[in-house]
Write a protein that binds this ligand. Structure first.
Ligand SMILES: *Cc1c(COP(=O)(O)O)cnc(C)c1O
Length: 443
């Protein structure tokens, strides 16, 4: 198609930071042996696609890194990272238990057949009703704040039981911004005071210590600091109060191989390996622990699923913007890719194009200026209907996607024999209107 050439004023400032460092075409024709055009033909476009093979490989890599160094390691799947039923089932089949941060997620885990005892209940907002159910079902409750201690003590009185609990701790690990709003601070002794309070109340007893120091942590050393402070606290409260701390939970936060905006080195260079994280944590526990060696719990989310998720999207139209850049309008935008605000995704074409690449922008279908998936990237002229694959998108997008002006698309899981399975249907009008009520006088 002919596009009018333009003369462009050279911008001497670095305003055109490309969202992709690649000037060559990157091509992805299939996912686990299934052609992307076949997927779109069968399930529609846009389409989220998950690879069971990728999930399993990554999970086993992390499991091996930790289990080869530490005797008793358990993984608890972080539901909020991706709580599609089939995805949770894949993790549970691999041996992961469930980590939830809300009553809704708790119910979702129970609905998927997970026993209370196999659920860690985190989060700052646990209603008293939700807490009572979790206590009765034997879930592992990680206390976030002082009011929750009171709530649990009241539940202990009501049910006439002593309740095993863990507390969430926060601390300075040298990585900023500090995540200090969750749990009790170790550095200023608040965590110790909370445990003392639990001890003196005599209605709860401490069986675990938990921390989740942040997300996309590019420093394995931060986990060294966290493991040290948590293990020291364990030593101290075991000695002073006679608690038996069965487990230390180091949370999640391991980085995936995604490219953070504003970070110029590629993820292969800056993201620590599973071994790096495992060595930092397990070496520190060995070196610090007194008394019984605790179990090690991990709530890894993003690092296990991000690279197993792809979004197939189709070119709907193109136009040339006044500055000469080519804008492509795709059928998927920031409505489906919440994480696009942080990441510069990899953009894969579905075939090799012969024409030369031009400075381009990938826009989504929203009527909003911020609907940008990739900017200042070099792309050959794409045609209407061409499929573009965006990755990695497996973490947090299918939980934080918006329904704004469009229906959410279908989601497919490709099993290890390369068979695609529909795991979430695309939405339709009924999904949106079934909760709406038109008052009588407006009918
Ligand atoms: C979100 C969350 C996780 C998972 O975090 P990732 O950064 O995705 O690994 C684990 N634990 C808690 C308490 C969380 O809130």
């Amino acid at each position: 198609m002919y596009k009018k050439p333009v003369i462009e004023k050279i911008d001497t400032f670095a305003s055109k930071v490309p969202s992709s460092p690649y000037k060559t075409q990157r091509i992805k024709k299939e996912i686990d042996g299934v052609d992307v055009y076949d997927l779109v033909k069968e399930f529609g476009s846009p389409l989220f696609v998950f690879s069971e093979r990728d999930i399993e490989n990554k999970y086993l890599e992390f499991k091996e890194a930790f289990s080869s160094r530490y005797p008793d390691v358990e993984f608890w799947w972080s539901y909020k990272t991706n709580y599609l039923g089939a995805i949770c089932k894949v993790f549970h089949k691999l041996g992961s238990k469930a980590e939830v941060v809300s009553e809704f997620e708790y119910q979702k885990a129970r609905h998927l057949g997970i026993d209370g005892k196999d659920i860690i209940f985190n989060g700052p907002y646990k209603s008293k009703e939700a807490l009572e159910v979790a206590v009765k079902e034997g879930a592992k409750i990680h206390i976030d704040h002082w009011d929750e201690i009171n709530d649990l003590e009241e539940i202990a009185d009501k049910l006439g039981v002593n309740i095993p609990v863990a507390i969430r701790c926060n601390m300075n690990t040298g990585v900023y911004p500090l995540w200090s709003r969750f749990g009790f601070n170790i550095d200023n002794n608040e965590a110790y005071d909370a445990i003392k309070r639990i001890y003196e109340g005599k209605k709860l007893y401490l069986t675990g210590l938990h921390t989740h120091i942040g997300t996309f942590m590019l420093s394995a050393d931060a986990y060294r600091v966290a493991a040290k402070k948590l293990t020291e606290l364990k030593n101290r409260v075991e000695e002073e109060f006679g608690f038996n701390i069965e487990y230390l939970d180091l949370g999640g936060g391991f980085a995936s191989k995604n490219r953070l905006k504003g970070v110029y080195q590629p993820p292969e260079v800056i993201v620590p390996t599973p071994d790096d994280y495992a060595i930092a944590i397990t070496d520190t526990i060995y070196a610090t622990n007194k008394g019984n060696l605790p179990k090690l719990y991990l709530e890894t989310g993003r690092a296990l699923i991000d690279e197993a998720g792809y979004l197939l999207t189709s070119v709907f139209a193109s136009k040339r913007l006044p500055d000469g850049k080519v804008s492509y309008i795709l059928d998927a935008g920031v409505n489906l890719l919440y994480t696009s605000f942080w990441y510069n995704f990899d953009i894969f074409l579905s075939k090799k194009y012969d024409d030369i690449s031009e400075l381009s922008i990938l826009n989504g279908p929203l009527c909003m200026n911020i609907d940008v998936i990739a900017d200042n990237i070099y792309l050959p002229p794409l045609n209407r209907g061409d499929v573009v694959t965006i990755a990695p998108v497996g973490a947090y997008n299918v939980t934080q996607w918006m329904q704004f002006i469009r229906y959410r698309p279908a989601v497919v899981l490709i099993d290890k024999n390369s068979n695609p399975h529909l795991i979430r249907e695309k939405e339709d009008l009924e999904d949106i209107i079934k909760r709406e009520i038109i008052p009588e006088y407006l009918k």
